[in-house]
Design a protein around this ligand. Sequence first.
Ligand code: ADP
Length: 518
Amino acid sequence: MESKYTHFWPPNDVLTSITDIVFLMLDTQANILDINPYGCQLLECPAEKLIGKNWIDYCIPKEQRQAVRVVFKQIVDGVRQADHYENSILSRSGKEYVLTWHNMERRDKCGNIVGTLSSGINITERVIRERKIQEALLLAQRKCQAILDNAIEAIIGSDMKGNIISFNNAAEEMFGYLNSEMLGKNVRQLMPAPYRNKHDNFIKNYLSTGEAKIIGSGRELTAVKKDGSSFPIHLSITDTIIDNEHIFTALLRDLSKQKAVEKKLQEKETENRHHNERLAHIARVSTLGEITAGIAHEVNQPLAAIATYAQSGRRLANTDSGDIDELNYVLEQIELQAVRASQVIHRIRNLSKQGDSCRSVFQINEIIEDSLSLVKAEAVSKQVALKCNLGTNLPSVHVDAIQIQQVLLNLILNAIQAMTATPPAQRTITISSECTADKDIRVTVSDNGSGISKEHLAQLFIPFFTTRKNGLGIGLSICRTLITAHGGSLNINRRKRKGSEFYFILPAMHGSKEEDNG
Ligand code: ADP
């Protein structure tokens, strides 16, 4: 290209070989004085057509014209030094190219500014690439935010100082703070004392020792809302290292509802337990009522013996030649009988007491024998023989002895009552204890009474089912509740042909178990 401004302008061969820089010469009005072939190529217009046209109006996209005009004016007014500026140009067919320009003023021999000389590097591809990356980043960021914002759980990100860097929608809802209120604030603001004051140290310790307390695992804690109220949460924290910086992501779940449900369930359970205990007590008292005659007999026996021994004692005391050894023997017997009577009374008192369940370690055979001593007299009066077949070396059980006694008494009394039509010579109840194949304890009460008809079998354990005239029908259902509460089961042996056979299974203690849970 022939040019009259060659003193400013690169030589033609250089100009044609430059394929990525636009050279542009303008006068003080921004009219094009000259432009190199690469510039013409981008603008899709020959130099002849471009020369004389106003650069800003003809080649700059409309929305950038005003800004470019301001810069241009500053250069030609001499108030802006040679510098870089980025703007686009628009080709004749409407394609836009981004160029980074180096602009400088041109002066005549007298030093007056006569226009500008600019070189522009086409950075369109780089800008497009950067824009795409930017868009992809923005999209990824939006997706991330959408995930965070749609999460049901509160997610709070914080940096190494505990300053909040993200606070999602669920966190806003949970704490009552806006995201904008919390960004940059310290997470300790969401904690109650004393954790609030210890939190900085927790982070410091973790960062210096790597020893994690909550990080990597979950924990139930208390958090504080904006209104100052506290609520239970489940908190889990993960640590991510980005550019040598630790980013802590806390996942929080509000446990208020869950805790309220748990509390209600607990209350309901306690209520049920008390209800069952009251019912069990009523059943026990009713059982006791059934064996009063037998109990009276059990107490009368030692009392009668005491009276007899006391008479002998008096006789001995009134005799001059009273043998002191014999007197001692008589007193010993009185003591023995008194203890026997008081033991019966003690057992009755225990059975008639109402109180919270109290479990301890027992040998099942001891409980069986205690129960037998209470029904012995009743059995004798009903001409029923009580047979025992107790296993040896059985593992202990962890039970409320009174409740297990109640179950046994109920089963034995039911058996006695079921044998009223059985000839007295055949009235036998066998109580056995053994270890099951699963190493639990099984206690069986077997009789040869009336047995249970098929249609009654399914109803036996339903409360208030009774076939007895004065029966309450709660005995078996309470027995089952008591045994189930011990982790065991109460059932009837359906294979028994003659009479009935009830059995219950209790978990046995093996190895180290807590001795007593009160
Ligand atoms: P109740 O003794 O007040 O009737 P239970 O719940 O103890 O209440 O027993 C319910 C019913 O089960 C009894 O009425 C009786 O029909 C039946 N039953 C319980 N034990 C036996 C048994 N050993 N043999 C036959 N029937 C029995």
